[in-house]
Design a protein around this ligand. Structure first.
Ligand code: ADP
Length: 490
């Protein structure tokens, strides 16, 4: 016989050889099958052994009691026939022979001197018997003993004589337990057969159950493999069990997030290419127009070269901002956290930006409500706050103002940057933190904006487990509020 089923190969030539590869041994299917088999058959096997043992001990004790009874009755008869002095009584001899035949055993009568006066086998008559049980019985207590290996039960019963009931001999009976053994054999054969049937049944049931449990998992694996090859609009629906439903829901969620990430990556790459190409295109146009003309006046050369230099600066700005953004995208473990005096930090930022503000005639005021020290990455937050204040100056009107305030409570510090600028239209407010998003592209370009400033700011704040909000009304001004924990929690 040769059966091959999946990973399990059973070859039978007289006896069985199992060749099971380790992949199957480690599989959930195998574990379930094994578990169910063990759980179902071990109690059955234990019950089977228990029943056999109980039957054996019950049968032996019944047989022992039975013989003990017979011996007691016979001992009384021996007494009345005075058998110890004269063993010729036919009635007694017949009773002894009957007892021997019924139980397939041997009976010996021993007198006070431990001499065998009657042996139903006729082998040991006249011999002296020195047995512990006989001596103990002579002192008055009946004994019994079950020899399982040699399959017999030995029983002693005292023989009393006279009115005083003095012990004057012992009746020693040993009977075979072959009939008990035979019954045990039949019982054990039947038990083994039932156990075998249970095992086969359970094997079938556990194969079925294991298959039912493993099937949804296999379907999930197949679907994941399909998805890995290229996720179009594939979603998992394996609702067989609550757990598999949860698994497929979690997977679908992850898939959605992957798609989102993929989409935003594509968008980002195309935005970056576009943004980097714009200054290059301008430079190309400027250079081409110079090359196309003969005898270009030096003034025009200077003007165009100045424009080209501006575009190069712009390209540089974009690249610098992109690098900052990439750095902010890294995990929080890249933060260089130190305890920093925020009041001094804000003063320094405003001092650096003062020249730009003066150029636009914008008044910049810092209002510190209390001394604040916090655990932050100084470089990253300086960049974040600088961007906010710089925007407040850039998108302001002539003679406008920028109010920066710093406050704190026991948990957070708060920075508010308010301006009297052009404001942000309501529909744009939720997008201003996106990369390359600009409300007015040409105006932003004029101001030297890259559209990355607020994205960098927001990333830096989020890395500090903080939050940023924007409030604005068009034509009136904009306020950015930032909240950052005083102590950094990784
Ligand atoms: P940019 O480099 O263009 O300034 P940002 O990411 O810093 O890019 O800002 C995104 C857009 O949000 C800007 O183009 C601008 O339109 C708008 N914006 C940001 N700050 C202000 C502000 N204080 N007032 C008005 N508009 C602002």
């Amino acid at each position: 016989m040769y059966i091959q089923s999946g990973e399990l190969v059973i070859i039978s030539r007289g006896d069985f050889h199992f060749s099971i590869n380790s992949k199957f041994l480690k599989s959930l299917r195998f574990c379930i099958i094994l578990l169910l088999l063990v759980v179902s058959t071990v109690p059955c096997a234990a019950a089977y052994r228990g029943i056999i043992k109980a039957y054996e001990s019950r049968a032996v004790s019944l047989r022992t009691a039975d013989i003990q009874n017979q011996c007691t009755i016979l001992s009384n008869q021996l007494n009345s026939y005075n058998y110890l002095s004269d063993t010729s009584s036919e009635v007694i001899n017949a009773s002894l022979t009957q007892l021997t035949n019924i139980y397939n055993g041997r009976v010996m009568i021993v007198d006070k001197e431990l001499r065998v006066i009657k042996d139903t086998y006729g082998l040991d008559e006249g011999k002296t018997i020195v047995s512990e049980d006989v001596i103990r019985c002579m002192k008055g207590s009946s004994t019994n003993y079950y020899d399982k290996a040699n399959r017999y039960i030995e029983v002693t019963s005292p023989i009393t004589t006279g009115e005083t009931e003095e012990i004057s001999g012992v009746m020693l009976a040993s009977v075979s337990t072959d009939t008990i053994e035979d019954s045990l054999k039949i019982l054990s054969t039947k038990g083994s057969a039932i156990l075998g049937i249970v095992l086969i049944l359970m094997l079938g049931i556990s194969l079925f159950i294991a298959d039912r449990i493993v099937k949804p998992l296999r379907r999930i694996t197949e679907s994941i493999a399909d998805v890995s090859e290229g996720y179009d609009d594939e979603v998992l629906h394996v609702n067989t069990f609550t757990e598999t439903k949860q698994l497929s829901d979690a997977f679908n969620k992850m898939l959605g997030r992957l798609k989102q990430l993929d989409q935003s990556r594509e968008e980002f790459v195309s935005n970056v290419s576009h943004e980097l190409r714009t200054p290059l295109t301008s430079m190309k146009v400027l250079a081409d127009s110079l090359l196309a003309q003969d005898d270009v006046p030096i003034e025009l050369y200077q003007e165009f070269m100045g424009d080209i230099a501006k575009e190069i600066d712009r390209e540089n700005d974009i690249i610098a901002d992109l690098l900052s953004l990439v750095k902010m995208d890294k995990t929080a473990k890249d933060l260089n956290i130190k305890s920093v005096n925020i009041n001094e930090l804000m003063e320094l930022i405003l001092k650096r930006l003062k020249p730009i503000a003066e150029k636009k005639n914008v008044e910049v005021v810092l209002e510190s409500f209390r001394p604040v020290t916090a655990e932050i990455d100084e470089v990253k937050l300086t960049l974040a706050f600088s961007n906010l204040v710089e925007n407040a100056i850039k998108y302001n009107q002539e003679e406008g103002w920028v109010h920066v305030s710093l406050n704190a409570d026991h948990k957070y510090f708060y920075v508010k940057v308010a301006d009297s600028g052009i404001g942000i239209p309501e529909q744009d407010q939720q997008h201003v933190f996106e990369r390359f998003y600009r409300v007015d592209k040409s105006h932003s370009r004029e101001m030297g904006g890259t559209g990355l400033g607020l994205a960098i700011t927001r990333n830096a704040i989020i890395m500090h487990r903080g939050s940023i909000k924007v409030y604005s009304s068009e034509g009136e001004g904009t306020t950015f509020t930032v909240r950052i924990p005083l102590t950094y929690v990784a």
